[in-house]
Design a protein around this ligand. Structure first.
Ligand SMILES: Cc1ncc(COP(=O)(O)O)c(C=O)c1O
Length: 446
């Protein structure tokens, strides 16, 4: 914890407000350690139960995490907006930033021509009473999903895959319920699960998706929902294989007490076939985002699922946000229908594949085994995340420490290859090898 930040309060409400305010102002940065309950209680002159209640409230809202001997800390991305000055500092000037997990903006289809076309022929205006999913968009979305073997029943739209997951979890689960998530898994999802007051149960992942034994263990531990990334799993690049899908479908067959959510965020960018689990359980939803192939700023995903699940999400959306803007739906439809855009997306997919496979091969030459079957990230197991990230930073590369993505999985780094030039692959692999196996010191002992 910052030496300058003084926690205050004599009630649980005031103590938690003081912590929240520290997070907002940046005095308590992500990862900052809070004092042990007894120490803070003694300092503030209150009972340990009062401090424990304050910590508990902030844990349930996803601001704090308590992990055994690591004590209580501010979560990596607590769900409270911090002042700009409190945000993560940018990488050192001149450093190559491979830490962000974003598609390469140079490989996204340009929106300008389709926005210009919409400006002249946007179609009839839509108001509160007739808004919803455009029938022509639903038709194209269904055809695209059916072509990939997804059983398409009911359909709705959400403001992206993560928004869909939040709405699904909100519609089926209650705070305190357990959710099975991939371990390692997407950091934002772990943050969302914490912010909803849900309990994550980590399911180990290999290159073919979640391990069957891990899912079985999560079910035995009472998981009420299971979230599976179909392809381009973040951070490992795993993709659910045909054999794994079959084994998982057998395990899940007919379960009535589990909500199955599939996140196909890479969608048209994935260079591996889809093997969906959709329909194996009574309650299920399959989400396909437009973020990665067409641009994260579009904020739209297609959600299909069983009748009850889709009705809950679309009904809840109706009484809140309302609908996904028809202007946006028309834009996405125009992108889907444009063969030149399809061609650009295919080229982007190819380019990501080349960079990923190039980095895996370059690392293998140094004897390093990394993962990255699909998508824009490579996952490299390392002995010590902190020292490797620091050594790489000194060599001019910013990468993401695996701790952001792990529950019980062993240490690793996530390297986003989307904006990596092929010319840099050899230098990066050499820097990673040096960071992982530093040469013995040549200097005289001092
Ligand atoms: C596994 C996973 N799901 C979903 C998303 C984002 O989807 P959306 O932008 O549609 O919320 C990401 C983005 O990195 C991701 O890694």
């Amino acid at each position: 914890m910052s030496a300058h930040y003084q926690l205050t309060g004599t009630t649980a409400v005031d103590i938690s407000a003081s912590i929240e305010s520290g997070i907002r102002t940046g005095a308590l940065s992500p990862g900052a350690a809070l004092p042990p309950v007894r120490a803070l209680a003694a300092e503030l002159g209150v009972s340990p139960a009062t401090v424990a209640r304050a910590y508990q409230e902030l844990r349930q809202r996803g601001l704090l995490a308590t992990a055994g001997r690591h004590g209580t800390r501010v979560r990596p991305r607590p769900p409270v907006a911090a002042r700009r000055s409190a945000l993560r500092p940018p990488p050192l000037p001149g450093a190559r930033d491979l830490s962000r997990g974003e598609p390469d903006p140079r490989l996204l289809p340009p929106l300008g021509p389709h926005l210009a076309a919409l400006a002249t022929e946007n179609g009839p205006s839509v108001g509160y009473s007739d808004a919803g999913v455009l029938p022509e968009l639903a038709e194209v979305a269904r055809a695209r999903l059916r072509a990939d073997g997804v059983p398409v029943g009911e359909l709705t739209l959400t403001g992206g895959a993560l928004d869909g997951i939040e709405r699904l979890l909100g519609a089926h689960l209650r705070p305190g319920d357990a959710v099975a998530v991939e371990d390692p898994g997407w950091a934002n999802l772990l943050d969302l699960v914490a912010a909803l007051g849900l309990r994550p149960i980590g399911v180990p992942v290999d290159d073919e998706g979640p391990l069957v034994a891990g899912v079985a263990a999560a079910l035995a531990a009472g998981a009420r929902a299971l979230i599976v990334t179909s392809r381009a799993q973040n951070p490992t690049g795993a993709a659910v294989s045909a054999a794994r899908a079959e084994a998982l479908r057998t395990l899940l067959a007919g379960r009535r007490d589990l909500l199955l959510i599939e996140d196909d965020h890479a969608a048209e960018l994935a260079r591996v076939p889809l093997h969906p689990l959709a329909g194996a359980t009574a309650s299920w939803a399959f989400l396909r985002s437009v973020s990665k192939p067409f641009g994260p700023d579009l904020r739209m995903a297609v959600l299909v699922g069983d009748e009850t699940t889709v009705a809950r999400v679309s009904g809840r959306t109706r009484v809140g946000a309302g609908w996904v803007s028809t202007v946006l739906q028309r834009l996405v439809l125009a992108l889907w229908r444009d063969p030149a855009v399809t061609e650009l997306v295919q080229r982007a997919a190819q380019s990501y594949e080349q960079r990923r496979e190039g980095l895996l091969a370059a690392l293998a030459e140094h004897g390093l085994t990394a993962h990255g079957r699909s998508g824009i990230n490579v996952w490299l197991p390392v002995a010590d995340e902190t020292s490797t990230v620091t050594a790489l930073r000194d060599a001019g590369w910013a990468v993401a420490p695996g701790a952001l993505y792990r529950i019980a999985a062993p240490p690793a780094l996530r390297i986003t290859v989307s904006s990596l030039d092929t010319a840099d692959l050899v230098a990066l692999a050499a820097a990673l090898a040096r960071a992982e196996n530093p040469p013995p010191s040549q200097g005289f002992p001092t």
